[in-house]
Design a protein around this ligand. Structure first.
Ligand code: ADP
Ligand code: MG
Length: 419
């Protein structure tokens, strides 16, 4: 069961570790939830992972480059067809954890409906049928997840991709190959953007479907391509520590949209497909800023983040490929500073986690995901993991922040059938 509930009063500075089920256990739990809710056995269980992004943040919607990997924390969907023409969804989640239910006629799913938690699942299934991947039809779904919700680790994409894959297997029946993965990716992105109405650039869905154990995925959004990059940190005695800040949820939808509006506006104004292809993008952004009556210094800083982050990520992919983890750690540092100072999407909790991890001797640390809360990651020696988590937990307690939680991230496989 996910242990993402927060209780600031209990924050005594001892690190709390996130419990993660084995895939066998996660699948078995989803199966028994299905049995409990619907009273019969599911046809199968499918799962898809959350992710961390190593570097290349807030550049997916700017046709940039990112380097995420898939987590061993997954969302498990037990499913079976029904003849009732409805989607029934049950999920054990929330704070406190409980079984929540939702039901909607298949024909009623579409843009803006349902715009709730179930919209991620049935929206992705709807979009996959719209894309012609499989015929539409009723489904009963039961969901168990180990991906912390709203922690910047992409529980939303894990839910979309696992549900869409379950429906595809049950109604499509064809083999899961890269063409199908691409189709399910597009459907999952469409669900998030159009059904739920949350803006996503597509990084999360791609890694949730294309992740491979032991690898990170170098994604080039301009080329719409991705390359597996071996990421064997354990072999070097290193680890990636995820530090979920559990920072209180902020009204970040407007902030994400605001950042995006600036980047989209300047990109269109300069007549390029991506700022990475613009000459002197930072200087050139002044014209757009003035025309739109926004602070040119702020706009230049936003542009500087996107341009520098794309260049940094291109370098970082070379550093990882060459096994130069010290240099890669410095790239992570540069990324965090840019997100903090130029893009202004960090919060004190994220900056504290990063600063404390660095003070403990990490090679690099940075926020990961959209920011405004969520998680930070640190690249460190395996023997530094425990002490770093303790130091971060103590710093959070001292500052009166919510209790953070920790997990060591292992590059894992993308969406697949479990049982
Ligand atoms: P993140 O993807 O970083 O975890 P989002 O805000 O994008 O955060 O997505 C979180 C939302 O996705 C939740 O508020 C909920 O609506 C939905 N969600 C994620 N996981 C589950 C789950 N296991 N069961 C039900 N809804 C879920
Ligand atoms: Mg999400």
């Amino acid at each position: 069961m996910p242990t993402s509930q927060t209780n600031a009063a209990q924050n005594a500075g001892t690190p709390r570790w996130l419990q993660t089920r084995s895939e066998e256990q996660g699948a078995a739990d989803a199966r028994s939830l299905f049995q409990q809710v619907y009273g019969y056995e599911p046809a199968g269980v499918w799962s898809a992972p959350g992710r961390v992004n190593l570097i290349g943040e807030h550049v997916d919607y700017a046709d940039g480059i990112s380097l995420p990997f898939a987590l061993s924390q997954r969302t498990y969907v037990a499913a079976a067809k029904n003849d009732d023409g409805v989607y029934r969804v049950a999920s054990r989640f929330g704070d406190p954890v409980e079984i929540v239910h939702f039901e909607i006629p298949v024909a009623e799913v579409g843009p803006g409906n349902p715009a709730n938690w179930a919209g991620y699942a049935v929206g992705a299934i709807w979009a996959a049928t719209e894309a012609g991947l499989m015929p539409a039809g009723g489904l009963n779904l039961a969901i168990e997840s180990d991906v912390p919700v709203g922690a910047g680790l992409s529980s939303s994409a894990a839910l979309e991709c696992s549900a869409a894959l379950a429906a595809f297997d049950l109604y499509g029946g064809a083999t899961l190959d890269d063409a199908v993965r691409n189709g399910l990716m597009g459907a999952s992105i469409r669900a998030e953007n159009e059904v739920v109405g949350a803006s996503t650039g597509g990084l999360d869905q791609r890694i949730s479907l294309f992740g491979q154990a032991g690898h990170a995925l170098a994604i080039d959004f301009a080329e719409d391509s991705a390359t597996q990059v071996p990421f064997d940190i354990a072999g070097r005695g290193l680890a990636i520590l995820i530090m979920n800040t559990n920072a209180p949820h902020q009204l970040n939808d407007g902030q994400y949209a605001a950042r995006r509006a600036v980047i989209d506006g300047v990109t269109a104004d300069l007549g390029v497909s991506s700022l990475r292809f613009a000459e002197e993008a930072e200087d050139a952004s002044v014209g757009w800023a003035k025309a739109n009556d926004v602070d040119p210094v702020e706009v230049a800083a936003r542009v500087r983040h996107v341009v520098s982050e794309i260049a940094r990520t291109a370098e970082a992919i070379k550093q990882v490929s060459a096994g130069d983890m010290e240099a890669f750690g410095r790239s992570m540092q540069g990324s965090h500073a840019s997100l903090r100072d130029d893009y202004e999407v960090t919060v004190p909790e994220l900056d504290t986690a990063v600063d404390v991890a660095m003070a403990q001797g990490a090679l690099g640390a940075r926020m990961t995901g959209g920011g405004f809360g969520g998680s930070a990651i640190a690249l460190l020696r395996e023997d530094q993991v425990e002490a770093t988590a303790t130091a971060v937990a103590e710093a959070f307690a001292e500052k009166g922040f919510n209790e953070p939680e920790f997990v060591v991230a292992l590059p894992s496989d993308g969406a697949h059938r479990n049982a």
